[in-house]
Design a protein around this ligand. Structure first.
Ligand SMILES: Cc1cc2nc3c(=O)[nH]c(=O)nc-3n(C[C@H](O)[C@H](O)[C@H](O)COP(=O)(O)OP(=O)(O)OC[C@H]3O[C@@H](n4cnc5c(N)ncnc54)[C@H](O)[C@@H]3O)c2cc1C
Length: 483
């Protein structure tokens, strides 16, 4: 990433006023040096990648990055920041897509990059206990060697941290099969803003003793404390994985394919994703990926995972024959070996990366009744006409989750005001959520009311005030301030 492509400072682009937190002094830096010697970063060029988000749309100007290794170090850091009223932004892999992971002003960045230890793994129950800074892909590799996998997978797996995944309640590609993190996370440890430790790090499948406090931290986006460790339930590694890639003419056919998948693949269906022709154009143009089925308006990626290869392959082939016979698909291909499977998955997983290379990205991550998913893309295209470089629709079909992306040469307030509130009004009108899996972060905070009642937001504000009375944790993000 070159500095020439940096966005303007968030405070200028979005006209934000700094809250009255203390400024970081040299004495503060010396204090941090005493807590974590050699792991206090103040050099401007080293700080730069931590001040700019993955999409290069927001930018802060933090002067200090801290890299604790242990929960006790996080305790000392937060206790001190709270006493001094210094604002803090927790950061994992900085792959978040809503501007939550970088400071807005000069918040101190606390990175989990060095908290990357597996604490224990139970080969009988599949419960993994690890620190929050473990990279998702590394955890998956660790588990694969032991016959297990992580219950979540996403395009950013090579960089995102498991703590960041929990903090955003990430969804991703395996949710259809293994369910959301709210079901697979067994326990969690977090450091609260005053430095106290919330230890709910057990590995029990069942535990009905009082409120389920870990759920408060899943999806809290760094606003309540720092997640330092977790316990998660991991499924067995499937013995057979197969992928089918199908081309269709109409979105109505995509929906019928989905119904057919659930009906005919049943228990072995592990993912069902859709992409439009524009998504494929992006990955071909910017990443030189080869689409094996050119000239279709829509594509469906179906993955099966099971324990008996021959059975699964036969089931998938029969499903394909039926789909072709019924005229729902115009063409199709199946991947049973690892290279072909990875090639097909890359077409879906790398769309986010291709879009970032196309220009400034206006990113919307919406959930709604599945039959409505593509109507919004079409209406947006008509609304924007030549204002947009491209309007792209793809997503997790099985979860009713649309990723609507609009690219333009650069950011413009006029294009933004065409899109908002249009997209949010449309989604709310169809009983959808304005954030299916990316969270609210900085960019979507004030739109929370489209998906949550005033009463619910008020309760969130009270919880935030109770746990973080000085408001030091990731300010300007996720929960609108109380008036
Ligand atoms: C190519 C690509 C594909 C993606 N695909 C998906 C997808 O399929 N599904 C999906 O849901 N998301 C997806 N994302 C978004 C992103 O990867 C996820 O939100 C991810 O979970 C963020 O993890 P991270 O470690 O990078 O967190 P960061 O980006 O560093 O932080 C995200 C938020 O969590 C907070 N945070 C981070 N760590 C902690 C912690 N230990 N304690 C408390 N708060 C913390 C931060 O303050 C911030 O608010 C994708 C992103 C990219 C770039």
């Amino acid at each position: 990433m070159s500095q020439a492509t940096d966005p303007p400072l968030t405070e200028l682009r979005y006209n934000v006023k700094r809250l009255p937190f203390a400024d970081v002094t040299e004495e503060d830096v010396r204090h941090f040096q005493n807590i974590i010697p050699g792991r206090v970063i103040t050099d401007e060029s080293d700080l730069r990648p931590h001040n700019v988000d993955w999409l290069r749309t927001v930018k802060g100007h933090s002067k200090v990055l801290l890299k604790p290794r242990t929960t006790q170090e996080v305790v000392k850091i937060l206790k001190y920041c709270n006493e001094r009223c210094l604002a803090v932004t927790p950061q994992g892999g900085n792959t978040g897509l809503v501007g939550g992971s970088v400071p807005v002003f000069d918040e101190i960045i606390v990175s989990t990059a060095l908290m990357d230890r597996v604490i224990k793994f139970d080969e009988i129950s599949g419960a993994l206990v690890c620190q929050a800074g473990c990279i998702l892909e590394s955890l998956n590799e660790y588990l694969e060697e032991r016959g297990y996998i992580m219950p979540l997978d996403l395009g950013a797996k090579g960089s995102c941290h498991i703590g960041g995944n929990l903090a955003t309640n990430a969804g991703g590609l395996r949710l259809l099969r293994y369910g959301p993190l709210r079901g697979t996370v067994l326990g969690l440890e977090a450091v609260l803003p005053d430095g106290s430790v919330m230890n709910c790090l057990n590995s029990l499948r069942k535990d009905n003793t009082g409120y389920d406090l870990k759920q408060l931290f899943i999806g809290s986006e760094g606003t309540l404390g720092i997640i330092t460790a977790l316990s998660i339930m991991c499924p067995r590694k499937p013995r057979a994985v197969n992928v089918a890639f199908l081309g269709c003419e109409y979105f109505s056919q995509v929906l019928q394919i989905f119904t057919m998948c659930r009906d005919q693949l049943g228990e072995i269906l592990s993912a069902c994703e859709f992409m439009d022709a524009e998504s494929m154009r992006m990955v071909q143009m910017h990443l030189n990926l080869i689409n094996p089925l050119p000239d279709n308006a829509f594509y469906v990626l179906v993955e099966t995972s099971g324990s008996y290869g021959k059975h699964d392959e036969a089931k998938l082939n029969r499903f394909l024959e039926n789909a072709v016979d019924s005229g729902l698909v115009t063409s199709g291909t199946v991947g049973t070996d690892q290279t072909k499977i990875m090639g097909i998955w890359a077409l879906r997983e790398r769309i986010t990366e291709a879009l970032a290379l196309d220009g400034y990205v206006y990113k919307y991550d919406l959930s709604m009744p599945v039959e409505k998913l593509y109507a919004l893309v079409e209406e947006t295209r008509v609304l924007l006409g030549a204002y947009a470089k491209s309007v792209v629709g793809y997503g997790h079909l099985g979860d009713g989750n649309l990723h609507l992306n609009i690219t333009a040469k650069s950011h413009s307030n006029s294009l933004q005001s065409l899109l908002e509130p249009f997209v949010y009004d449309w989604t709310a009108k169809h009983n959808g959520s304005i954030s299916a899996e990316h969270g609210l972060g900085f960019k979507k905070r004030d739109h929370i009311y489209y998906s949550k009642s005033m009463g619910a937001v008020h309760l969130m504000q009270q919880i935030k005030r109770m746990l973080d009375p000085k408001g030091i944790m990731n300010p300007y993000k996720t929960i609108p301030p109380m008036d």
